[in-house]
Write a protein that binds this ligand. Structure first.
Ligand SMILES: Cc1ncc(COP(=O)(O)O)c(C=O)c1O
Length: 391
């Protein structure tokens, strides 16, 4: 008799790998220039400085031990100091919580803030990692479109006017993944005001804010209201392998997240948290390092945008890439980017079709291109290949 395979939890239904993701597995082929990845450039990760910090940490035993669930206290002190400067107020240690990358903060917050069926507002196109977390938590999802000023907050007002009561609004306020846009100060204030008036949480998910090219990002949404939980990460400025993200949130939220983190993994890594504290506290070195990453990414972004505009003229519309890692582009001639992808792969270039980020379908004429891991000449080659594929 064949064994009966026990079922998986019902909430996993609908969480399956997409056909596009399966196609994109091909992008690791050496003959393909991938604009699909979405990874920071490993060449720019500060290996030597990390090694020095690792040596220093390993010279005593503490770093090999379990650490506090809230995060290694000296790291939280460094983070409280950094965040105080960004938020324009004194951030207390009890408001700072270290997570295993900001992705874990999203996942723990979904458990802390959402009952099944609660309404979560996300941006459309969306950061897929957030969408997955909220769907797995059994939330109802409402999509709000982006424009050049970021999330269209008037769509939240309209939703509320229809009688909906969001529990959480998730926003990638700076250099959006995948949309590339940054929320304007006016919209930030409006979102904070709505959150206070209607009693919902905002999760300001900000791993890209430091990667600005021409001018710094505006003041965080969290600087306008304590209803805003702010997430940041060492992944894009230092290295994702540290798995250090952090959250600034009101103390009761941090305490609830602490209880759940104990169940998830007891605590983060004392070793990588000490290394991260060392690098973040070395402010002169850090400023020089981040300036270098910005300069390299900025040059690549401009090369990609320039090549796209030159090669496609008005057949493709794309933003200016003012920071972050992504350019979002729309074909204006009806090109279907899902259907184009196999031909693009044959021509030796990969991107992510817009439909992969769509909350309720759509974006069939759009694509996300990541400029971080190729130099300017390779990005130009990629756009030439894309133009060949489009024909
Ligand atoms: C918008 C956004 N949030 C969160 C993350 C997760 O980053 P990490 O867990 O490495 O901090 C990413 C990663 O790409 C992201 O793009």
């Amino acid at each position: 008799m064949s064994p009966t395979i026990p079922p998986l939890a019902g909430k996993l239904e609908g969480l399956r790998s997409s056909a596009i993701r399966d196609l994109l597995k091909l992008t690791s082929r050496a003959d393909i220039v991938s604009l699909a990845g979405g990874l920071p450039d490993a060449e720019l990760m500060p290996r030597e400085r990390l090694a020095t910090a690792a040596d220093a940490a390993l010279s005593h035993n503490g770093c090999l031990q379990y650490t506090e669930s809230t995060g290694w206290t000296p790291l939280r002190e460094v983070l409280a100091h950094r965040e105080s400067a960004g938020l324009g107020r004194s951030v207390r240690l009890a408001e700072v919580f270290v997570t295993h990358g900001s992705q874990q903060a999203l996942s723990l917050l979904a458990e802390v803030l959402l009952d099944p069926g609660a309404l979560v507002v996300v941006e459309d196109p969306a950061y897929v990692g957030a969408l997955q977390v909220f769907r797995a938590a059994g939330a109802r999802i409402a999509a709000v479109p982006l424009d050049g000023e970021g999330m269209r907050t008037e769509a939240i007002t309209a939703l509320i006017a229809r009688g909906e009561r969001p529990a959480v609004v998730h926003t990638v306020s700076n250099f959006h993944n995948p949309g590339g846009v940054t929320m304007s100060p006016r919209r930030r204030m409006e979102l904070a005001r709505l959150a206070e008036q209607h009693g919902f949480w905002v999760i300001e998910d900000d791993p890209y804010g430091e990667l600005w090219f021409d001018s710094p990002a505006p003041a965080p949404v969290a600087s306008y209201s304590s209803n805003v939980i702010r997430l940041s990460s060492a992944s894009k400025i230092l290295s994702p392998s540290l798995r250090v993200g952090w959250m600034v949130a009101p103390e009761p939220v941090c305490r609830a997240v602490e209880l759940l983190k104990q169940g998830a993994d007891l605590c983060g890594s004392a070793l990588t948290q000490q290394i991260t504290a060392d690098l973040l506290a070395d402010t002169t070195w850090l400023a020089g390092h981040v300036d270098h990453v910005r300069a390299v990414y900025g040059e690549r972004a401009k090369a990609l945008v320039h090549a796209t505009r030159t090669r496609f003229a008005d057949r493709v519309r794309c933003g200016d890439a003012a920071g972050g890692m992504f350019v979002w582009a729309d074909f204006t001639d009806g090109t279907d980017t899902d259907r184009l992808l196999p031909r693009a792969l044959e021509s030796g270039v990969a991107y992510v079709p817009g439909s992969a980020f769509a909350v309720d379908g759509g974006y069939r004429n759009s694509m996300r291109m990541c400029f971080t891991t190729s130099d300017a000449a390779t990005l130009e080659l990629a756009i030439d290949r894309l133009a060949d594929a489009v024909g």
